[in-house]
Design a protein around this ligand. Structure first.
Ligand SMILES: NC(=O)c1ccc[n+]([C@@H]2O[C@H](COP(=O)([O-])OP(=O)(O)OC[C@H]3O[C@@H](n4cnc5c(N)ncnc54)[C@H](OP(=O)(O)O)[C@@H]3O)[C@@H](O)[C@H]2O)c1
Length: 274
């Protein structure tokens, strides 16, 4: 298993994303992924599938301590007392005593970051989360967060794939020793339709999807592709038996464009959304 280390957290480079996986499909795919060797699963209170993720973990027979599980707190729960309650709620649904990584899902400008981070650090100190981090934080917010947090922030989970330039936020994370976790790492399925990724893939006998994932892990970035199909599970983790050349890496970098962002959202107290 390929793992990166960030501030004491050992994070498997490939994890399974679970946004939009629900009910029996979710439980089946997560269980199968664990049986296939996945050791990292990404969920969130917002995904409405924590119960199924916990059930799949127990059904898989894989030891709890061998799996790196992430969940996220929705911004409407960022007031300190709400945050602690939300973390306990996630653990109750997962039927676990501790989560490996607990993230702030999106920034919430309505609640002072210092208060939210204070509560997040307290959750870690009380033993409910082994590690904590953020998601969808900009360079400016990363700088603030690192200054305010009394516990290490181990990662920033952000949208990242070949069609979006995230070099500034990635550099900020690296400067603070934080891991970058790429969500939508295959552009929500769009990587498979890209001609350049397909051509590079053909040269390595790999799919365009695998090239997108390899391009990220080769930069030391964690990927959490989601699939509801068993056949895609093995494909998405078979990315460690080949290497992209410098020229191929550069060509993939050049695919980024201004409209590349797929998940654009600003929390304003609006209804549920990822
Ligand atoms: N922190 C945040 O705010 C945030 C935001 C978005 C996502 N996330 C996390 O990141 C995870 C991944 O992102 P995502 O779900 O947006 O998108 P993604 O993983 O980039 O793409 C998922 C799509 O790709 C398809 N796919 C998967 N493997 C494939 C393969 N080998 N060949 C062709 N198509 C394939 C899937 O369809 P099939 O089911 O048919 O395979 C699905 O439609 C999420 O599930 C979630 O855990 C976090």
């Amino acid at each position: 298993m390929h793992v990166i280390e960030a501030k004491g957290a050992h994070i498997p480079l490939v994890g399974l994303g679970t946004w939009e996986l629900r009910g029996r499909v979710c439980a089946r795919v997560v269980e199968q992924a664990l049986r296939l060797g996945y050791r990292h699963v990404d969920t969130a209170e917002m995904y409405d599938n924590e119960r199924e993720v916990g059930e799949a973990l127990r059904a898989s027979g894989v030891k709890r301590d061998d799996v790196f599980l992430t969940t996220k707190i929705w911004p409407s729960h960022f007031a300190p007392h709400e945050l602690e309650r939300a973390a306990k709620g996630s653990l109750a649904r997962l039927r676990l005593s501790e989560i490996d990584l607990l993230l702030l899902h999106w920034p919430n400008p309505q609640i002072p970051l210092a208060e939210t981070l204070g509560a997040l650090c307290k959750v870690k100190q009380s033993g409910l989360a082994r590690h904590i981090g953020v998601s969808n934080f900009t360079v400016a917010l990363i700088e603030q967060a690192v200054r305010l947090a009394s516990e290490p922030l181990v990662c920033n989970q952000i949208e990242m794939h070949p069609f979006l330039d995230q070099s500034k936020v990635t550099a900020a994370c690296r400067a603070h020793g934080m891991a970058v976790i790429a969500y939508s790492p295959i552009a929500r399925g769009g990587a498979q339709r890209d001609a350049v990724l397909a051509r590079i893939g053909a040269a390595h006998r790999k799919s365009a999807t695998q090239i997108s994932l390899r391009w990220l892990v080769q930069q030391g970035i964690v990927v959490i592709p989601r699939t509801g199909r068993i056949e895609h599970l093995s494909e998405n983790c078979a990315i460690f038996d080949f290497e992209l050349s410098d020229a191929e890496m550069a060509e993939i970098h050049s695919l980024a464009h201004r409209d590349g962002r797929l998940v654009d959202y600003a929390y304003s107290g609006s209804p549920k959304w990822d």
